[in-house]
Design a protein around this ligand. Structure first.
Ligand code: PXG
Length: 414
């Protein structure tokens, strides 16, 4: 029987080397737990970067997918299907917008939002055609397409991939004054993440989002929020903008909208913005297909019925409080909101990677982001006992001596 090393070798030989996974080969998942090919059980505290808010193979979502698979899977948008309109209605009402533009992946939804915003700026706002600029934040992560990496500030994401798409102005994250200063006569919008997930779980200063809302209103430009990672309950609210009542003109969702089983993303906006799209302007073969619609409807239903936003808030507070009680020399800062939590490791103790690898040995899956930060973002269905189970192991890893360049560190106080 093939074992972990064989599966890893297979990926290494035949797969492009664009990832460096934690060396765990998963073959089964249920709720917050996954099992590797050797049968070892792990608590999943990454949740596929927040795509698994509902947990692995949530029974209600699996049954929606299974039922739909038995009827119809794909039509393309050349025809109507009997579920898409219902999905769009439910999602539009859930988000509080007139209209929905269904796509598949997060990056696609961001691209779609940028296209809609650019078109709006000319046909509705009256800016010169093809001249507009959009203000974005340093340290952003919105996906991997050429346009999106064109305004990334991460050298590696851009290296060798030019020429790049023009029309973006980058300002420091969390600094609303810098946004105000960057607005010029051709600015059409602002695009940011309410919390920077990939950037290292960076929570902006209080008032940032509401300031951006005011700036957008003052200049008649679009506030676009990428809630692909922060949305759908993750931060303790259904949408992270609700923390500051900074409802965007354009809301971008993905990841957990697919209930952890299927890629489903969407752009939400009111008619005034979305009406710039005419037949043929934009599209996607798979966007809004019947499987995606069935899964999306059920994903929203479960979020609402099981109040996963409130669970994230309650469990997040509990988790954060106890994380903060761990006395570790290695930790520089613990930050986050709801169940999106980052533990930053001091640079003198190396990166967060060895901590994540140790945690994996002890049965906890998490992943470093931006070298120094271990991110904990379990499925929102996690129970207190499971958090306690995790805390015991996290405490062990954060307080036991670690190897730094071959030397044992002094023992952290406990
Ligand atoms: N916006 C945000 C805030 C994200 O976290 C995307 C957009 C892009 O979504 P898609 O579905 O196109 O990946 C993300 C994705 C990776 C990776 O492997 C992506 C994310 C997080 C960690 C790794 O490229 N977030």
């Amino acid at each position: 029987m093939a074992k972990s090393v064989d599966f890893m070798r297979l990926e290494d030989v035949y797969g492009a080397h664009n990832y460096k996974p934690i060396p765990v080969v998963i073959e089964k998942g249920e709720g917050v737990w996954v099992w590797d090919v050797e049968g070892k059980r792990y608590l999943d505290m990454l949740s596929a970067y927040s795509a698994l808010n509902h947990g692995h193979r949530n029974p209600k979502i699996i049954s929606a997918l299974r039922d739909q698979m038995e009827r119809l899977t794909l039509t393309s948008r050349a025809f109507y299907n009997n579920l898409l309109g219902e999905f769009e209605r439910i999602l539009a009402e859930f988000g509080g917008y007139d209209k929905v533009l269904p796509m598949n992946t997060g990056a696609e939804a961001i691209e779609s939002a940028l296209k809609v915003a650019r078109k709006w700026s000319h046909y509705k706002k009256g800016l010169p055609k093809d001249q507009g600029n959009i203000i974005v934040a340093e340290n952003n992560f919105h996906g991997r397409t050429i346009t999106i990496i064109s305004f990334s500030t991460e050298q590696q994401y851009r290296d060798g991939f030019g020429p790049f798409t023009p029309g973006f102005k980058v300002v420091p994250y969390g600094d609303s004054l810098a946004v105000e200063k960057a607005v010029d006569e051709n600015t059409l919008g602002i695009l940011v993440e309410p919390i920077q997930g990939e950037g290292g779980v960076i929570v902006p200063p209080e008032g940032y989002l509401s300031e951006l809302r005011k700036i957008a209103d003052r200049h008649g430009i679009l506030l676009m929020l990428d809630e692909i990672q922060t949305g759908l309950g993750r931060t303790g609210k259904m949408f992270a903008w609700q923390w500051e009542n900074a409802k965007p003109d354009v809301l971008i969702l993905g990841k957990a909208l697919g209930g952890g089983v299927y890629p489903v993303s969407a752009v939400l906006a009111n008619d005034e913005v979305m009406d710039v799209l005419n037949p043929g302007d934009h599209g996607s073969t798979f966007g809004g297909n019947p499987l995606a619609a069935a899964v999306g409807i059920r994903a929203i239903e479960v979020l609402q019925q099981d109040r996963l936003d409130e669970r994230a808030q309650e469990m997040g507070e509990y988790f954060m409080k106890h994380l903060r009680e761990i006395k570790s020399d290695y930790v520089k800062e613990i930050r986050g909101r709801g169940l999106l939590i980052g533990v930053e490791i001091k640079e003198e103790y190396g990166t967060a990677r060895p901590f994540c690898e140790k945690l994996a040995e002890l049965g906890i899956l998490c992943k470093e982001t931006h070298e120094q930060v271990a991110r904990f973002a379990p499925p929102l269905v996690i129970e207190k006992e499971e958090i306690d189970w995790a805390l015991e192991r996290i405490e062990k890893v954060l307080t036991e001596p670690i190897e730094i360049r071959g030397e044992k560190s002094f023992k952290a106080q406990s």
